[in-house]
Design a binder for this molecule. Structure first.
Ligand code: MRU
Length: 346
């Protein structure tokens, strides 16, 4: 197996982000020194995937703290607050971003008597811990989820819920990696995931790199493959899971795969860390990101629709709990409706 993919890391006051817009053809890191540039990288999708943008948000705040020249606590806090607002307003759907930003900001509240120098250190430590814990959680998700995968399984996945979408190892692809490492022979069918093609560009690249058998299919082939008996499991990640109701919010197209899987009696699995579970929001409160119509009208800079054509571009959809067989987390495997009982553990 090749060296592990590192989509984001911190080194001496610089955040390195693997520019996912250039994959699979170019492997290039952005070197970022400000929260503003990290916010831009998130907004422009140089880094994407729910846990990964959470880690990026935390590191964005750590950059502000690290490079601050503030002499007073008030000034330091106002710089951080400004960066927090910038980072928070990048993408609205994945809950991990808000979770990670709150977690870093809470350091300031907990350590109310710490000096600026102490706070700088504590904030950086917290951001790095969020990244480390994410990789650990993913490995645990992999271990837990691999129990549901049988030797010979043909697995359909959507978008990219791999190492690239996290701090490392991946959630849905983490389960597949884990099963493969245990010697289970798996074949992955990666849906290309229009409009941005995360499946074609990222998932296929990641799995090929690890020598895991993978074939690319277009999104509209999934139901037919199931009907032909060619799919044993569907496994996807999530951007937000609502604990109150068990709804799963993930990349647009997930819902259609879940309906098709239910129709064909195929297990539909969602792999996600606890940082993706939203214990507070109701369905009405979730904002589904609407992205630029040009992502649909063009492919890789080439216009495919007629001039002046209009398009819609919701980036995520909502899968109701009755279509989800299991949610695989680092703490165990749950039915979607069981999550509400875990709220008190938080
Ligand atoms: O728009 P993206 O590429 O950020 O969307 C990513 C997804 O929908 C992933 O499936 C999700 O974040 C889970 S990643 C572990």
């Amino acid at each position: 197996m090749r060296s592990e993919i590192r989509p984001i890391y911190w080194r001496r006051g610089v955040v390195y982000i693997l520019d996912q817009r250039l994959l699979p053809h170019k492997l290039r890191y952005l070197r970022l020194k400000t929260a503003r540039s990290v916010a831009k990288a998130i907004k422009d999708m140089a880094i994407r995937g729910a846990p990964a943008i959470g880690v990026a948000g935390a590191m964005g705040l750590a950059l502000t703290a690290y490079h601050s020249r503030a002499k007073t606590r008030e000034r330091f806090l106002s710089e951080l607050k400004r960066s927090y607002e910038l980072l928070k307003n990048t993408r609205p759907t994945a809950v991990n971003l808000f979770w990670a930003l709150e977690r870093v900001m809470s350091v300031i509240i907990i350590k109310s008597d710490a000096s600026i120098e102490e706070l700088k250190k504590l904030i950086l430590e917290e951001a790095l811990r969020i990244a480390e814990e994410d990789v650990e959680a993913n490995k645990k998700i992999g271990e837990n989820g691999a129990r549901l995968i049988n030797d010979g399984d043909r697995i359909l996945t959507h978008c990219n819920a791999g190492a690239l979408a996290t701090a490392g190892y991946g959630t849905a692809l983490g389960v597949i990696r884990s099963a493969f490492a245990q010697g289970k022979r798996v074949t992955v069918y990666a849906c290309e995931t229009r409009p941005r093609l995360q499946g074609a560009k990222l998932t296929v690249w990641e799995l090929m790199r690890d020598g895991i058998p993978v074939k690319l299919i277009t999104d509209n082939m999934a139901a037919f493959m199931m009907q032909r008996g060619l799919i044993d499991k569907v496994i996807v990640g999530a951007d937000r899971i609502l604990a109150k109701t068990g709804h799963v919010i993930n990349k647009i197209g997930t819902f259609s795969h879940a309906i098709a899987a239910k129709y064909h009696n195929i297990p539909f699995l969602v792999a996600a860390p606890f940082s993706t579970i939203d214990f507070k929001s109701t369905l009405e409160e979730v904002i589904i990101e609407e992205r630029d119509e040009r992502e649909v009208l063009y492919i890789d800079g080439k216009r495919i629709a007629p001039r002046r054509a209009k398009a819609l571009n919701p980036a995520f959809d909502i899968t109701p709990p009755e279509l989800v067989s299991y949610i695989i987390t680092e703490k165990g495997i749950y039915r979607p409706t069981e999550l509400k009982e875990l709220g008190s553990e938080q």
